[in-house]
Design a protein around this ligand. Structure first.
Ligand SMILES: Nc1ncnc2c1ncn2[C@@H]1O[C@H](COP(=O)(O)OP(=O)(O)OP(=O)(O)O)[C@@H](O)[C@H]1O
Ligand SMILES: [Mg+2]
Length: 299
């Protein structure tokens, strides 16, 4: 199974090396759980090493995406849009059956054989567009089949109702049809709320079977925390983390793309020790290097 790096620090090893090339991954989670962040990181990682990106939004318009991406530390997102390596499609309010059956195939003809990274955020309205579950399934099968011809996709999926109850038809159909499923959720421990992630499925891969805490840090996005056991043992607090990180990275980031290096350096200027609470510095540095360790690119 050929793998590509996800752009999410710490998750590649949980997916047996990364996301399966030319596959569809569904990222499921409740409101604010980090779905768009996950998807954006995946696109950004590709664009930084020469992939093309396609963002199909059913939720936000172009300006909203740009504003939010910048707010989260992706400062040069517009450069990719201007260069047309990142194409944004506002599918809001479209007739989705028509979009999937007629517009998609045209698009695919044009892009077939490319190695694009694709995001559909969120998939939910496409499923809701039909009440009949056979039509829902058929439409999704067609969509997944078509987008696999042009690259590797992340489709986000809204989770409604009780967390972890993934038996509703709007979740189980895409879960069956996707090659991989990642579940993002909030866990409440006493008075604190933490974010955690679990790989529910990853075809042809030896994936992690347990839950992993993660954080969202501006400029980096989702970062899987290192093993919780080491975290509870490691109680000492390090000071000046952004500065230490900067020095560490200065020496080590030689091989990573210029755009990534600039983004990370720029982000570090705005971050404080509090942002890195519970994150081990050497783990983070190794994680960044790991994610850029392959020369995978769109060409
Ligand atoms: N360091 C941070 N800086 C800014 N925002 C952060 C940070 N950490 C967490 N967040 C929050 O992370 C959340 C994740 O947002 P994201 O848009 O990815 O979630 P989502 O699952 O796509 O939500 P929705 O269902 O509303 O589309 C946002 O609410 C954002 O405010
Ligand atoms: Mg979202």
């Amino acid at each position: 199974m050929e793998k590509i790096k996800s752009g999410v620090i710490g998750i590649n090893s949980l997916l047996d090396g990364g996301v399966n090339r030319n596959s569809v991954t569904t990222v499921i989670g409740a409101a604010g759980s980090g779905k768009t962040t996950f998807a954006t990181q995946f696109l950004r990682r590709g664009l930084e090493t020469g992939y093309d990106g396609l963002f199909i939004s059913l939720d936000e318009n172009r300006e909203q995406l740009i504003t939010e991406a910048k707010e989260m530390g992706w400062y040069n997102i517009e450069d990719y849009m201007d260069a047309e390596s990142l194409i944004f499609i506002d599918a809001n309010g479209k007739n989705f059956s028509e979009f999937v059956r007629e517009e998609m195939p045209n698009f695919v003809d044009e892009w077939e054989g490319s190695n694009t990274r694709i995001v559909i955020d969120p998939l939910t309205p496409i499923i809701w567009a039909n009440e009949n579950r056979y039509t829902q399934r058929e439409l999704l099968m067609l969509l997944f089949k078509e987008i696999k011809k042009i690259g590797t996709s992340i489709c986000t999926l809204e989770e409604h109702g009780i967390t972890g109850d993934l038996s509703g038809q709007e979740t189980f159909i895409p879960m069956y049809l996707a090659d991989s499923v990642v579940h993002l959720r909030f866990v409440r421990n006493n008075s604190t709320t933490q974010r955690e992630l679990e790989i529910l499925k990853c075809r042809n891969s030896k994936h992690s079977n347990r839950s992993h805490y993660f954080r969202i840090i501006r400029g980096f996005g989702i970062i899987i925390e290192s093993n919780p056991d080491s975290r509870s043992k490691n109680k000492k607090t390090t000071k000046n983390i952004p500065k230490i990180l900067k020095a560490n990275l200065e020496d080590r980031l030689e091989g990573i793309p210029k755009a990534a290096k600039e983004r990370i350096h720029k982000s570090l200027e705005r971050l404080t020790d509090k942002d890195f609470e519970k994150i081990d510095i050497s783990y983070l540095v190794e994680g960044i290097l790991e994610d850029y360790s392959e020369e995978d690119s769109g060409s």
